[in-house]
Write a protein that binds this ligand. Structure first.
Ligand code: 16G
Ligand code: ZN
Length: 531
Protein backbone atom coordinates (compact mmCIF):
# COMPACT_ATOMS: atom_id res chain seq x y z
CA UNK A 1 0.00 0.00 0.00
CA UNK A 2 1.02 3.64 -0.27
CA UNK A 3 1.52 3.75 3.50
CA UNK A 4 4.19 1.06 3.15
CA UNK A 5 6.09 3.40 0.86
CA UNK A 6 5.70 6.14 3.45
CA UNK A 7 7.30 4.08 6.21
CA UNK A 8 10.10 2.93 3.96
CA UNK A 9 10.72 6.59 3.18
CA UNK A 10 10.85 7.38 6.90
CA UNK A 11 13.42 4.69 7.50
CA UNK A 12 15.67 6.24 4.93
CA UNK A 13 15.07 9.94 5.45
CA UNK A 14 14.60 10.17 9.20
CA UNK A 15 15.93 6.95 10.69
CA UNK A 16 15.96 6.30 14.41
CA UNK A 17 19.62 6.55 15.29
CA UNK A 18 19.47 6.32 19.06
CA UNK A 19 18.14 3.82 21.56
CA UNK A 20 17.90 6.31 24.40
CA UNK A 21 14.33 6.32 25.72
CA UNK A 22 12.72 9.70 25.30
CA UNK A 23 9.60 10.95 27.06
CA UNK A 24 6.98 13.58 26.22
CA UNK A 25 7.38 15.67 29.39
CA UNK A 26 6.01 18.95 30.75
CA UNK A 27 7.07 20.79 27.62
CA UNK A 28 7.12 18.07 24.99
CA UNK A 29 10.28 16.23 23.96
CA UNK A 30 13.52 18.02 24.78
CA UNK A 31 17.08 16.76 24.39
CA UNK A 32 20.23 17.13 22.30
CA UNK A 33 19.18 18.28 18.83
CA UNK A 34 20.97 15.44 17.03
CA UNK A 35 18.74 12.86 18.77
CA UNK A 36 15.50 14.41 17.62
CA UNK A 37 15.06 14.08 13.89
CA UNK A 38 13.10 10.84 13.91
CA UNK A 39 11.10 12.04 16.91
CA UNK A 40 10.02 15.19 15.09
CA UNK A 41 9.17 13.24 11.93
CA UNK A 42 6.95 10.98 14.00
CA UNK A 43 5.30 13.98 15.66
CA UNK A 44 4.43 15.05 12.12
CA UNK A 45 2.62 11.73 11.72
CA UNK A 46 0.93 12.12 15.09
CA UNK A 47 -0.18 15.69 14.38
CA UNK A 48 -2.02 14.46 11.28
CA UNK A 49 -3.77 11.77 13.32
CA UNK A 50 -4.65 14.32 15.98
CA UNK A 51 -6.00 16.75 13.38
CA UNK A 52 -8.26 14.04 11.96
CA UNK A 53 -9.51 13.09 15.42
CA UNK A 54 -10.39 16.77 15.77
CA UNK A 55 -12.36 16.74 12.51
CA UNK A 56 -9.64 18.29 10.43
CA UNK A 57 -9.01 21.26 12.72
CA UNK A 58 -5.45 22.58 12.66
CA UNK A 59 -2.82 21.23 15.07
CA UNK A 60 0.49 22.98 15.85
CA UNK A 61 4.04 21.69 16.07
CA UNK A 62 6.65 23.91 17.71
CA UNK A 63 10.36 23.20 17.34
CA UNK A 64 12.10 24.74 20.34
CA UNK A 65 13.98 24.00 23.55
CA UNK A 66 12.91 27.29 25.13
CA UNK A 67 15.52 28.50 27.63
CA UNK A 68 17.94 25.58 27.12
CA UNK A 69 21.29 26.26 25.49
CA UNK A 70 21.89 26.10 21.72
CA UNK A 71 22.85 22.36 21.39
CA UNK A 72 19.43 21.27 22.67
CA UNK A 73 16.21 21.32 20.81
CA UNK A 74 12.69 20.05 21.32
CA UNK A 75 9.23 19.58 19.92
CA UNK A 76 5.75 20.01 21.30
CA UNK A 77 2.26 19.72 19.93
CA UNK A 78 -0.44 22.37 20.18
CA UNK A 79 -4.14 21.47 20.28
CA UNK A 80 -6.83 23.23 18.19
CA UNK A 81 -7.74 25.97 20.67
CA UNK A 82 -4.08 26.86 21.01
CA UNK A 83 -3.61 24.96 24.25
CA UNK A 84 -1.07 22.24 25.10
CA UNK A 85 -1.61 18.73 23.75
CA UNK A 86 -4.25 16.83 25.74
CA UNK A 87 -2.49 14.96 28.50
CA UNK A 88 -3.79 11.50 27.55
CA UNK A 89 -1.97 11.82 24.22
CA UNK A 90 1.43 12.32 25.83
CA UNK A 91 1.74 8.59 26.32
CA UNK A 92 0.86 7.99 22.65
CA UNK A 93 3.50 10.52 21.60
CA UNK A 94 6.06 8.78 23.79
CA UNK A 95 5.18 5.38 22.37
CA UNK A 96 5.45 6.57 18.78
CA UNK A 97 8.75 8.33 19.42
CA UNK A 98 10.42 5.24 20.86
CA UNK A 99 9.39 2.38 18.57
CA UNK A 100 11.99 0.98 16.21
CA UNK A 101 11.83 1.89 12.54
CA UNK A 102 10.66 -1.65 11.86
CA UNK A 103 7.71 -1.28 14.23
CA UNK A 104 6.77 2.24 13.21
CA UNK A 105 4.23 1.14 10.67
CA UNK A 106 2.33 -1.26 12.91
CA UNK A 107 2.46 1.10 15.89
CA UNK A 108 1.11 4.00 13.82
CA UNK A 109 -1.72 1.84 12.59
CA UNK A 110 -2.45 0.68 16.10
CA UNK A 111 -2.63 4.31 17.27
CA UNK A 112 -4.96 5.20 14.40
CA UNK A 113 -7.32 2.39 15.45
CA UNK A 114 -7.06 3.24 19.12
CA UNK A 115 -7.99 6.91 18.75
CA UNK A 116 -10.49 6.09 15.95
CA UNK A 117 -9.02 8.55 13.49
CA UNK A 118 -10.87 8.76 10.19
CA UNK A 119 -7.92 8.76 7.81
CA UNK A 120 -10.05 9.91 4.88
CA UNK A 121 -10.48 13.36 6.43
CA UNK A 122 -8.31 16.38 5.59
CA UNK A 123 -5.61 17.27 8.12
CA UNK A 124 -3.87 20.59 8.68
CA UNK A 125 -0.71 21.25 10.69
CA UNK A 126 1.06 24.56 11.43
CA UNK A 127 4.79 24.26 12.10
CA UNK A 128 6.82 26.93 13.88
CA UNK A 129 10.46 27.01 14.97
CA UNK A 130 12.83 29.05 17.11
CA UNK A 131 16.21 30.49 16.02
CA UNK A 132 18.39 27.43 16.74
CA UNK A 133 20.58 26.37 13.82
CA UNK A 134 19.16 22.85 14.13
CA UNK A 135 15.56 24.03 13.87
CA UNK A 136 15.10 24.29 10.05
CA UNK A 137 16.16 20.69 9.55
CA UNK A 138 13.79 19.52 12.28
CA UNK A 139 10.92 21.63 10.93
CA UNK A 140 11.48 19.96 7.55
CA UNK A 141 11.33 16.52 9.21
CA UNK A 142 8.03 17.50 10.83
CA UNK A 143 6.68 18.60 7.44
CA UNK A 144 7.73 15.29 5.92
CA UNK A 145 5.83 13.47 8.63
CA UNK A 146 2.70 15.48 7.92
CA UNK A 147 2.97 14.92 4.16
CA UNK A 148 3.59 11.20 4.70
CA UNK A 149 0.08 10.75 6.09
CA UNK A 150 -1.38 13.08 3.45
CA UNK A 151 -1.89 16.05 5.74
CA UNK A 152 -1.19 19.65 4.76
CA UNK A 153 1.73 21.26 6.57
CA UNK A 154 2.18 25.00 6.73
CA UNK A 155 5.57 26.21 7.90
CA UNK A 156 5.35 29.58 9.67
CA UNK A 157 9.13 29.87 9.81
CA UNK A 158 10.80 31.46 12.83
CA UNK A 159 8.12 32.50 15.32
CA UNK A 160 7.85 32.69 19.10
CA UNK A 161 6.12 29.72 20.73
CA UNK A 162 3.13 31.90 21.72
CA UNK A 163 2.80 33.16 18.13
CA UNK A 164 2.39 29.57 16.96
CA UNK A 165 -0.24 28.93 19.65
CA UNK A 166 -2.02 32.12 18.59
CA UNK A 167 -1.99 31.20 14.90
CA UNK A 168 -3.35 27.72 15.57
CA UNK A 169 -6.18 29.19 17.64
CA UNK A 170 -7.02 31.79 14.98
CA UNK A 171 -6.99 29.21 12.20
CA UNK A 172 -9.64 27.23 14.08
CA UNK A 173 -11.61 30.20 15.44
CA UNK A 174 -11.48 33.20 13.14
CA UNK A 175 -13.12 35.45 15.75
CA UNK A 176 -9.89 35.25 17.74
CA UNK A 177 -7.80 36.90 15.01
CA UNK A 178 -5.93 36.34 11.75
CA UNK A 179 -3.67 33.25 11.75
CA UNK A 180 -0.44 34.95 10.68
CA UNK A 181 2.44 36.82 12.30
CA UNK A 182 0.95 40.05 10.90
CA UNK A 183 -2.43 39.10 12.37
CA UNK A 184 -0.73 38.70 15.73
CA UNK A 185 0.83 42.17 15.56
CA UNK A 186 -2.42 43.64 14.35
CA UNK A 187 -4.39 42.32 17.32
CA UNK A 188 -1.93 42.50 20.21
CA UNK A 189 0.14 45.53 19.30
CA UNK A 190 -2.92 47.21 17.81
CA UNK A 191 -4.78 46.89 21.13
CA UNK A 192 -1.74 48.26 22.97
CA UNK A 193 -1.57 51.34 20.74
CA UNK A 194 -5.28 51.77 21.13
CA UNK A 195 -5.11 51.74 24.90
CA UNK A 196 -2.19 54.13 24.97
CA UNK A 197 -4.32 56.76 23.27
CA UNK A 198 -6.74 56.49 26.19
CA UNK A 199 -4.01 56.52 28.84
CA UNK A 200 -1.64 59.45 28.44
CA UNK A 201 1.81 59.11 30.00
CA UNK A 202 1.84 60.73 33.45
CA UNK A 203 3.47 60.59 36.87
CA UNK A 204 6.63 58.57 37.32
CA UNK A 205 6.11 56.34 34.30
CA UNK A 206 8.76 56.59 31.63
CA UNK A 207 8.35 55.19 28.12
CA UNK A 208 11.94 53.91 27.88
CA UNK A 209 12.18 50.15 28.29
CA UNK A 210 15.31 48.04 27.95
CA UNK A 211 14.85 44.49 26.72
CA UNK A 212 17.09 41.43 27.01
CA UNK A 213 16.13 39.26 24.02
CA UNK A 214 18.10 36.18 25.22
CA UNK A 215 19.63 36.07 21.70
CA UNK A 216 16.44 34.33 20.65
CA UNK A 217 13.31 34.87 18.61
CA UNK A 218 11.42 37.18 21.00
CA UNK A 219 13.91 40.04 20.68
CA UNK A 220 13.89 39.74 16.90
CA UNK A 221 10.12 40.08 16.82
CA UNK A 222 10.20 43.08 19.17
CA UNK A 223 12.63 44.68 16.74
CA UNK A 224 9.94 44.41 14.06
CA UNK A 225 7.27 45.73 16.43
CA UNK A 226 9.51 48.59 17.61
CA UNK A 227 9.32 50.29 14.25
CA UNK A 228 5.54 50.47 14.38
CA UNK A 229 5.37 52.01 17.86
CA UNK A 230 4.92 55.75 17.54
CA UNK A 231 6.60 56.81 20.76
CA UNK A 232 4.14 54.87 22.93
CA UNK A 233 7.09 52.80 24.05
CA UNK A 234 10.78 53.38 23.35
CA UNK A 235 12.37 49.96 23.19
CA UNK A 236 16.14 49.64 23.61
CA UNK A 237 16.82 46.09 22.53
CA UNK A 238 19.83 44.01 23.64
CA UNK A 239 20.87 40.41 23.01
CA UNK A 240 19.27 40.11 19.60
CA UNK A 241 21.57 37.31 18.50
CA UNK A 242 24.18 39.42 16.72
CA UNK A 243 27.77 40.09 17.84
CA UNK A 244 28.38 36.44 18.69
CA UNK A 245 25.70 36.47 21.40
CA UNK A 246 24.75 32.88 22.20
CA UNK A 247 21.16 31.81 22.77
CA UNK A 248 20.24 31.89 26.48
CA UNK A 249 23.90 31.91 27.50
CA UNK A 250 24.19 34.07 30.63
CA UNK A 251 21.12 35.95 29.56
CA UNK A 252 17.37 35.53 29.22
CA UNK A 253 14.53 35.18 31.70
CA UNK A 254 15.54 31.80 33.11
CA UNK A 255 19.13 32.87 33.75
CA UNK A 256 18.01 36.12 35.39
CA UNK A 257 15.43 34.42 37.61
CA UNK A 258 17.45 31.42 38.72
CA UNK A 259 20.86 33.09 39.16
CA UNK A 260 19.34 36.36 40.42
CA UNK A 261 21.97 38.14 38.30
CA UNK A 262 21.60 40.67 35.48
CA UNK A 263 22.16 39.24 31.99
CA UNK A 264 25.35 39.93 30.07
CA UNK A 265 25.02 42.24 27.12
CA UNK A 266 22.60 44.74 28.64
CA UNK A 267 23.72 48.26 29.51
CA UNK A 268 23.57 49.03 33.27
CA UNK A 269 21.64 52.18 34.05
CA UNK A 270 20.49 52.62 37.65
CA UNK A 271 16.72 52.28 38.09
CA UNK A 272 16.18 51.53 34.40
CA UNK A 273 13.38 49.02 33.86
CA UNK A 274 14.62 45.95 31.98
CA UNK A 275 12.42 43.18 30.56
CA UNK A 276 14.11 39.83 30.05
CA UNK A 277 12.60 37.29 27.64
CA UNK A 278 13.46 33.62 27.31
CA UNK A 279 14.73 31.96 24.11
CA UNK A 280 11.35 31.20 22.56
CA UNK A 281 9.49 34.23 23.91
CA UNK A 282 7.05 32.65 26.32
CA UNK A 283 8.52 33.88 29.59
CA UNK A 284 9.03 37.40 30.91
CA UNK A 285 10.89 38.71 33.95
CA UNK A 286 11.59 42.35 34.83
CA UNK A 287 14.49 43.67 36.87
CA UNK A 288 16.39 46.83 37.64
CA UNK A 289 19.69 47.71 39.26
CA UNK A 290 19.77 50.37 41.95
CA UNK A 291 22.49 53.00 42.42
CA UNK A 292 24.59 50.46 44.34
CA UNK A 293 24.28 47.93 41.50
CA UNK A 294 22.03 45.74 43.63
CA UNK A 295 19.63 43.82 41.51
CA UNK A 296 15.87 43.86 42.11
CA UNK A 297 13.84 41.18 40.43
CA UNK A 298 10.21 41.56 39.37
CA UNK A 299 9.26 37.99 38.54
CA UNK A 300 6.15 36.13 37.46
CA UNK A 301 4.53 36.52 40.90
CA UNK A 302 5.06 40.25 40.66
CA UNK A 303 3.53 40.43 37.18
CA UNK A 304 0.58 38.31 38.32
CA UNK A 305 -0.16 40.59 41.27
CA UNK A 306 0.11 43.65 39.03
CA UNK A 307 -2.47 42.15 36.66
CA UNK A 308 -4.77 40.94 39.42
CA UNK A 309 -4.83 44.27 41.23
CA UNK A 310 -5.38 46.36 38.11
CA UNK A 311 -8.06 44.14 36.61
CA UNK A 312 -9.84 44.07 40.00
CA UNK A 313 -9.72 47.86 40.07
CA UNK A 314 -11.31 48.09 36.62
CA UNK A 315 -13.93 45.48 37.50
CA UNK A 316 -14.84 47.51 40.58
CA UNK A 317 -15.10 50.71 38.57
CA UNK A 318 -17.40 49.12 36.05
CA UNK A 319 -19.29 47.42 38.89
CA UNK A 320 -18.95 43.95 37.41
CA UNK A 321 -18.49 42.59 40.90
CA UNK A 322 -20.14 39.26 40.24
CA UNK A 323 -17.26 38.29 37.95
CA UNK A 324 -14.99 36.14 40.05
CA UNK A 325 -11.28 36.78 39.58
CA UNK A 326 -8.73 34.33 40.91
CA UNK A 327 -5.04 33.70 40.72
CA UNK A 328 -3.16 30.46 40.12
CA UNK A 329 0.38 29.89 41.35
CA UNK A 330 2.77 27.01 42.02
CA UNK A 331 4.86 26.13 45.08
CA UNK A 332 7.61 28.34 43.64
CA UNK A 333 5.52 31.46 44.20
CA UNK A 334 7.20 33.65 46.76
CA UNK A 335 5.39 33.36 50.10
CA UNK A 336 5.20 37.14 50.34
CA UNK A 337 3.31 37.33 47.05
CA UNK A 338 0.72 34.79 48.17
CA UNK A 339 0.24 36.68 51.41
CA UNK A 340 -0.16 39.99 49.59
CA UNK A 341 -2.66 38.56 47.11
CA UNK A 342 -4.89 36.87 49.65
CA UNK A 343 -4.66 39.37 52.50
CA UNK A 344 -4.42 42.72 50.74
CA UNK A 345 -5.89 42.19 47.30
CA UNK A 346 -8.43 39.72 48.75
CA UNK A 347 -8.11 37.63 45.63
CA UNK A 348 -8.45 33.83 45.98
CA UNK A 349 -5.36 31.77 45.13
CA UNK A 350 -5.14 28.22 43.80
CA UNK A 351 -1.81 26.40 44.07
CA UNK A 352 -1.08 23.68 41.50
CA UNK A 353 1.75 21.46 40.29
CA UNK A 354 4.52 22.93 38.13
CA UNK A 355 3.82 22.99 34.39
CA UNK A 356 1.81 25.40 32.30
CA UNK A 357 -0.99 22.94 31.55
CA UNK A 358 -1.82 22.57 35.24
CA UNK A 359 -1.98 26.33 35.78
CA UNK A 360 -3.98 26.90 32.62
CA UNK A 361 -6.50 24.26 33.63
CA UNK A 362 -6.97 25.66 37.14
CA UNK A 363 -7.37 29.21 35.81
CA UNK A 364 -10.37 28.10 33.75
CA UNK A 365 -12.30 27.64 37.01
CA UNK A 366 -12.57 31.43 37.45
CA UNK A 367 -14.52 33.97 35.35
CA UNK A 368 -11.18 35.70 35.04
CA UNK A 369 -8.18 33.53 35.88
CA UNK A 370 -4.70 35.00 36.17
CA UNK A 371 -1.99 32.36 36.19
CA UNK A 372 1.75 32.72 36.51
CA UNK A 373 4.75 30.62 37.36
CA UNK A 374 7.37 32.53 39.32
CA UNK A 375 9.70 31.91 36.36
CA UNK A 376 7.68 34.37 34.28
CA UNK A 377 5.34 32.14 32.32
CA UNK A 378 1.73 33.20 32.54
CA UNK A 379 -1.33 34.88 31.12
CA UNK A 380 -4.96 35.74 31.87
CA UNK A 381 -7.99 33.70 30.80
CA UNK A 382 -11.37 35.39 30.35
CA UNK A 383 -14.50 33.23 30.27
CA UNK A 384 -17.16 33.90 27.66
CA UNK A 385 -19.37 35.12 30.49
CA UNK A 386 -16.73 37.67 31.51
CA UNK A 387 -16.30 38.88 27.95
CA UNK A 388 -20.04 39.21 27.42
CA UNK A 389 -20.56 41.05 30.70
CA UNK A 390 -17.75 43.51 29.98
CA UNK A 391 -18.92 44.11 26.42
CA UNK A 392 -22.42 44.81 27.68
CA UNK A 393 -21.12 47.44 30.09
CA UNK A 394 -19.32 49.25 27.25
CA UNK A 395 -22.73 49.67 25.65
CA UNK A 396 -25.06 50.18 28.59
CA UNK A 397 -22.98 51.42 31.52
CA UNK A 398 -22.58 54.89 33.03
CA UNK A 399 -19.75 56.94 31.43
CA UNK A 400 -17.16 55.95 34.08
CA UNK A 401 -18.18 52.30 33.87
CA UNK A 402 -18.00 52.34 30.11
CA UNK A 403 -14.53 53.79 30.18
CA UNK A 404 -13.27 51.05 32.50
CA UNK A 405 -15.00 48.35 30.47
CA UNK A 406 -13.44 49.66 27.26
CA UNK A 407 -10.01 49.52 28.87
CA UNK A 408 -10.77 45.95 29.87
CA UNK A 409 -11.70 45.04 26.30
CA UNK A 410 -8.37 46.45 25.09
CA UNK A 411 -6.58 44.52 27.82
CA UNK A 412 -8.30 41.32 26.71
CA UNK A 413 -7.10 41.97 23.16
CA UNK A 414 -3.50 42.57 24.28
CA UNK A 415 -3.62 39.23 26.11
CA UNK A 416 -2.61 36.02 24.36
CA UNK A 417 -5.04 33.71 26.12
CA UNK A 418 -3.65 30.55 24.56
CA UNK A 419 -0.42 30.46 26.56
CA UNK A 420 2.07 32.65 28.46
CA UNK A 421 3.54 35.17 26.02
CA UNK A 422 6.51 37.44 26.79
CA UNK A 423 5.56 40.01 24.14
CA UNK A 424 1.91 40.21 25.09
CA UNK A 425 2.82 40.23 28.80
CA UNK A 426 5.34 43.01 28.24
CA UNK A 427 2.70 45.20 26.62
CA UNK A 428 0.27 44.45 29.46
CA UNK A 429 2.78 45.33 32.15
CA UNK A 430 3.67 48.56 30.34
CA UNK A 431 -0.01 49.42 30.01
CA UNK A 432 -0.65 49.01 33.72
CA UNK A 433 2.46 50.88 34.86
CA UNK A 434 1.52 53.69 32.48
CA UNK A 435 -2.10 53.73 33.69
CA UNK A 436 -0.85 54.07 37.25
CA UNK A 437 1.96 56.50 36.49
CA UNK A 438 4.37 54.18 38.29
CA UNK A 439 8.08 53.64 37.99
CA UNK A 440 9.74 50.36 38.72
CA UNK A 441 10.44 51.20 42.37
CA UNK A 442 6.79 51.92 43.02
CA UNK A 443 5.86 48.64 41.37
CA UNK A 444 8.34 46.83 43.62
CA UNK A 445 6.95 48.54 46.72
CA UNK A 446 3.66 46.58 46.63
CA UNK A 447 5.26 43.90 48.81
CA UNK A 448 8.72 42.67 49.77
CA UNK A 449 9.82 39.27 48.46
CA UNK A 450 11.10 36.77 51.00
CA UNK A 451 14.71 35.90 50.15
CA UNK A 452 14.79 32.53 48.40
CA UNK A 453 17.19 30.04 46.87
CA UNK A 454 16.87 27.29 44.27
CA UNK A 455 19.35 24.43 44.04
CA UNK A 456 19.72 21.37 41.86
CA UNK A 457 20.68 18.02 43.37
CA UNK A 458 21.89 15.09 41.30
CA UNK A 459 20.59 11.81 42.68
CA UNK A 460 20.64 8.23 41.59
CA UNK A 461 16.93 8.02 40.86
CA UNK A 462 14.96 11.24 40.92
CA UNK A 463 11.73 9.27 40.63
CA UNK A 464 12.33 7.89 44.11
CA UNK A 465 10.89 11.22 45.24
CA UNK A 466 7.11 11.55 45.12
CA UNK A 467 5.16 14.62 46.11
CA UNK A 468 1.62 15.62 46.93
CA UNK A 469 -0.30 18.82 47.79
CA UNK A 470 0.86 20.66 44.65
CA UNK A 471 4.43 19.45 45.24
CA UNK A 472 4.65 21.11 48.65
CA UNK A 473 4.87 17.81 50.54
CA UNK A 474 6.94 14.72 49.89
CA UNK A 475 5.39 11.28 50.27
CA UNK A 476 8.52 9.28 49.40
CA UNK A 477 11.18 8.35 50.34
CA UNK A 478 9.90 7.69 53.80
CA UNK A 479 11.04 10.14 56.44
CA UNK A 480 12.20 12.85 54.04
CA UNK A 481 9.25 15.16 54.70
CA UNK A 482 9.73 14.81 58.45
CA UNK A 483 13.35 15.77 58.03
CA UNK A 484 12.43 18.79 55.88
CA UNK A 485 9.83 19.91 58.43
CA UNK A 486 12.43 19.68 61.14
CA UNK A 487 14.91 21.80 59.17
CA UNK A 488 12.31 24.37 58.15
CA UNK A 489 11.18 24.69 61.75
CA UNK A 490 14.54 26.21 62.72
CA UNK A 491 14.07 29.20 60.41
CA UNK A 492 11.99 32.34 60.75
CA UNK A 493 9.41 32.39 57.93
CA UNK A 494 11.03 29.22 56.65
CA UNK A 495 9.54 27.22 53.79
CA UNK A 496 11.13 24.55 51.64
CA UNK A 497 10.19 21.76 49.27
CA UNK A 498 11.82 19.31 46.90
CA UNK A 499 10.52 17.87 43.65
CA UNK A 500 11.93 15.79 40.80
CA UNK A 501 12.46 17.96 37.71
CA UNK A 502 10.27 17.21 34.72
CA UNK A 503 12.87 18.46 32.25
CA UNK A 504 16.26 17.39 33.65
CA UNK A 505 17.58 14.34 35.43
CA UNK A 506 17.85 16.11 38.78
CA UNK A 507 15.91 17.01 41.92
CA UNK A 508 15.09 20.66 42.57
CA UNK A 509 15.22 22.22 46.00
CA UNK A 510 13.49 25.47 46.91
CA UNK A 511 13.89 27.35 50.18
CA UNK A 512 12.86 30.73 51.52
CA UNK A 513 13.40 32.51 54.80
CA UNK A 514 13.81 35.94 56.39
CA UNK A 515 17.32 36.65 55.10
CA UNK A 516 19.24 35.57 52.02
CA UNK A 517 21.83 33.87 54.20
CA UNK A 518 19.20 31.82 55.97
CA UNK A 519 17.43 30.90 52.71
CA UNK A 520 20.76 29.76 51.25
CA UNK A 521 21.54 27.75 54.36
CA UNK A 522 18.14 26.10 54.47
CA UNK A 523 18.44 25.17 50.78
CA UNK A 524 21.79 23.53 51.40
CA UNK A 525 20.51 21.62 54.45
CA UNK A 526 17.50 20.34 52.56
CA UNK A 527 19.73 19.32 49.64
CA UNK A 528 21.84 17.29 52.03
CA UNK A 529 18.73 15.59 53.38
CA UNK A 530 17.76 14.58 49.82
CA UNK A 531 21.13 13.33 48.79
C1 16G B 1 8.69 23.37 31.53
C2 16G B 1 7.32 23.98 31.69
C3 16G B 1 7.34 25.07 32.72
C4 16G B 1 7.93 24.56 34.02
C5 16G B 1 9.25 23.90 33.79
C6 16G B 1 9.67 23.20 35.04
C7 16G B 1 5.66 24.23 29.98
C8 16G B 1 5.35 24.82 28.64
N1 16G B 1 6.86 24.52 30.44
O1 16G B 1 9.58 24.31 30.99
O2 16G B 1 6.04 25.50 32.92
O3 16G B 1 8.09 25.61 34.92
O4 16G B 1 9.12 22.93 32.78
O5 16G B 1 10.81 22.50 34.78
O6 16G B 1 4.87 23.54 30.58
P1 16G B 1 11.36 21.45 35.83
O7 16G B 1 10.33 20.37 35.96
O8 16G B 1 12.65 21.00 35.26
O9 16G B 1 11.53 22.19 37.12
ZN1 ZN C 1 10.12 29.26 26.82
Amino acid sequence: SSLRVVYAFAREMHPKTSDVFIQYGTAGFRTKANLLEHVVYRMGLLAVIRSRVKNGRTIGIMITASHNLEPDNGVKLVDPDGEMLEQSWEEIATRLANVSDNDLESTTEQVIREVKADMSLKASVFIGMDTRYTSPRLAAAASNGVIALKGTPKELGIVTTPMLHFCVRCRNDNKYGTPTEEGYYEKIVGAFKNIRQKLPVFGEYNTTLYVDGANGVGGKKLNIIRKSLDGELDLNLYNLGGNGGKLNLNCGADFVKVSQKPPVGVEHVPFQRVASLDGDGDRLIYYFLDDKENMHLLDGDRIATLYASYITELLNTCEARDLKLGLVQTAYANGASTKYITEELKVPVTCVKTGVKHLHHAALAYDIGVYFEANGHGTVLYSQNAKNTIRKITLEGEPEQRKAAELLLNIIDITNETVGDAISDLFLVETILCARGENVRQWLAAYTDLPCRQLKVTVQDRNAISTTDAERQCTAPEGLQLKIDELVGKYANGRAFVRPSGTEDIVRVYAESDTQQEADKLAVEVSQAVF
